[in-house]
Design a protein around this ligand. Structure first.
Ligand SMILES: [Zn+2]
Length: 477
């Protein structure tokens, strides 16, 4: 009963009219996540958890090739660890949740990130150059005590992520690999999630607390907000100094190693919804979808032959991840709505007339296009169509990004572009002071500074001082 009601309702607002409400409806009605009775927390439901598992599988494969091993460290961090790296402690102070534990004699932080607890171990494990590089990753939950309104996948007090923590002998190696992990994140987003991202370096003001520098990939969402989708930090020797991580070099002398840390989170699922979803609901890019195809037989109550053929097709397409929806209690129209809402990339319809003609009808979720396909061509056609859907979703998102990027040369252009919810590329002085002014006046932060910079001559578009870089700005999540 309940289910019938849900589809009657469907998504009741348009993406273009009330983005925020649309997002919440898609996340809940496509059964991706739900609010919890525990304030600020979310429940990740199977439809989204399977996406997270696919991200894990993708990254685990890549990391294995890069000699990164998975491990697990405690959820609790003694306050004394937290105080060792001053900038880090300062940066995370407002968001840390504490447990008072008189037995231990000091408070324990619930990890907002694990640099401190991991590097305490590293200081004991690393003795000589033979122990380097040390490259570990952990999949875990982290807690950041948000006070702003909860947004499923985007702002919750607890979320899931992976955090990589590597230690190297030389700064060159550390620099190179910091960028290498960022490049893996770019590929994950663009080639797998079909979301175009902008790579670059964070401003001093926006870098990770305690890092030498932070690199990031930034997405741009359809409501005109930037979304940080992954970061890779070069920590320099700051944490090595604070935690006493030292190694005996080939030269028999003691050295401080170089470190990086890097992560992506379940926030990526929020990005998937925002970028690809439409007025009918979720649209999952084929590569990340566990179920890529749903077969809906039509009029099969009257003909055994149809279900038999549908089962054959299912078996033939098994490798893609396929569901046969032969529930008798729902109409085909009801099923179409449900699978569209959930975002399954491709639908196959087969009815009595199709059976006569040795064909099925395939329907793309991304653009609704239908096509009749003969049984003999089906597997090939399905494979090609899924690839086209993946490509089309990426191209559409790329086009949106391109159309909404505005280069600005002065303060008026800057302010107007932000008002119009554009992604601003500004010639910029790269000063924290100027960035503070921009934030206070327009409520925007810098996203990142592109690695590849043209030759800059001219003034900062905002404050008019000498410009040093091109930097991206936008309202952001
Ligand atoms: Zn400036």
């Amino acid at each position: 009963m309940n289910k019938d009601k849900k589809v009657e309702v469907g998504i009741t607002v348009k993406k273009s009219e009330d983005f925020s409400e649309w997002y919440t409806q898609v996340v809940q009605k496509a059964e991706l996540a739900d609010y919890s009775s525990v304030k600020g927390c979310m429940i990740i439901k199977p439809n989204a958890y399977s996406i997270w598992e696919n991200i894990q599988e993708y990254l685990n494969k890549k990391l294995k090739k890069l000699d990164v091993k998975n491990a697990y460290f405690p959820l609790f961090i003694p306050e004394s660890f937290f105080k060792k790296e001053i900038e880090h402690a300062k940066g995370f102070k407002p968001e840390v949740a504490w447990i008072s534990n008189s037995e231990e004699g000091e408070r324990l932080a619930i990890r907002p990130t694990s640099e401190t607890v991991i590097y305490d171990s590293y200081s004991r494990w690393i003795q000589s150059y033979r122990d380097l590089p040390l490259k570990l990753n952990q999949w875990c939950n982290v807690v950041r005590w948000e006070t702003k309104a909860t947004r499923l996948f985007l702002r919750t007090r607890e979320f899931l992520w992976q955090e990589g923590h590597c230690v190297y002998e030389t700064i060159e190696e550390c620099n190179r690999e910091t960028l290498m992990y960022l490049e893996e994140y770019r590929k994950l987003c663009e080639e797998f999630l079909a979301i175009p991202v902008l790579v670059g370096r964070k401003s001093e003001r926006e870098k990770f607390a305690g890092a030498l520098y932070t690199t990031s990939i930034e997405g741009f969402m359809p409501d005109g907000r930037g979304l940080q989708m992954g970061t890779s930090h070069n920590l320099g020797q700051n944490f090595a100094k604070a935690f006493g991580i030292k190694y005996l070099g080939k030269d028999e002398k003691e050295h401080l190693p170089w470190q990086n840390s890097w992560g992506v989170s379940t926030r990526l699922i929020g990005a998937l919804v925002m970028v690809h979803g439409d007025d009918k609901g979720m649209v999952i890019p084929p590569k990340i979808a566990s179920t890529k195809i749903v077969i809906v037989p039509i009029g099969f109550e009257k003909s055994e032959k149809i279900v038999k053929k549908a089962k054959e097709i299912k078996k033939d397409l098994e490798s893609f991840g396929v569901i046969l929806d032969d529930r008798k209690e729902y109409t085909p129209g009801w099923k179409f709505n449900e699978w569209e809402l959930k975002g399954v990339p491709l639908r196959i319809e087969i009815g009595p007339k199709d059976l006569e003609k040795n064909q099925v009808v395939i329907v793309r979720r991304d653009n609704g296009k239908k096509k009749e396909v003969k049984f003999t061509n089906l597997k090939k056609e399905v494979g090609e169509t899924l690839e086209e859907i993946q490509k089309n979703l990426f191209e559409k998102a790329k086009e949106f990004l391109k159309l909404n990027t505005v280069k600005v040369k002065n303060k008026i252009e800057f302010e107007n572009a932000i008002k119009d919810r554009k992604l601003v590329e500004a010639t910029w002085c790269n000063s924290g002071e100027c960035e503070g002014l921009i934030k206070d006046k327009l409520g925007v932060k810098s996203l990142n500074i592109p690695f590849e910079q043209p030759k800059i001559n001219g003034k900062c578009a905002y404050c008019g001082k000498e410009a040093g870089v091109i930097c991206r700005f936008a309202k952001s999540y």
